[in-house]
Design a protein around this ligand. Structure first.
Ligand code: FES
Length: 128
């Protein structure tokens, strides 16, 4: 878990109240696919899938399993407890499950830092 405190150095907020918040340094991602972070009072998970970085909520919406103990493959984050998986692009849960999808958040690199856009989740897709 990144230990660096949350930075408010870039408090630029959008009209919807969302803002970019420091999550960790780029070096924290160097050899790890899943990096738990605590940002703006929320436990989130950075997921490195190839060259793309995603941010999602850390607790599985099913029974709260720690998704940092799961694994990522082919754009999907797999829960370690019951093996449901979530799309990293929109949080949608795998077919056959009757709980909501994961909240997903935008990420960006700013110099040597990773930031997450807080206050406006990209998605938490309901089961279809
Ligand atoms: S706790 Fe994640 S699928 Fe059940």
């Amino acid at each position: 878990m990144c230990a660096k405190p949350i930075s408010e150095a870039n408090p630029a907020s959008a009209a919807d109240g969302a803002r970019w918040v420091h999550a960790c340094g780029r070096d924290a991602l160097a050899s790890r696919g899943l990096v738990p972070v605590f940002v703006a009072g929320r436990h989130l998970l950075l997921v490195q899938d190839g060259t793309t970085l995603f941010a999602v909520e850390r607790a599985c919406p099913h029974e709260g399993a720690d998704l940092a103990l799961g694994h990522c493959a082919a754009g999907r984050l797999h829960c370690p407890r019951h093996q449901a998986w979530f799309s990293l692009t929109d949080g949608a849960v795998s077919p056959g499950w009757s709980f909501r999808g994961l909240e997903t958040f935008a990420t960006r690199h700013v110099g040597d830092d990773v930031e997450i856009r807080i206050g406006h989740a990209l998605g938490a897709k309901p089961v279809t």
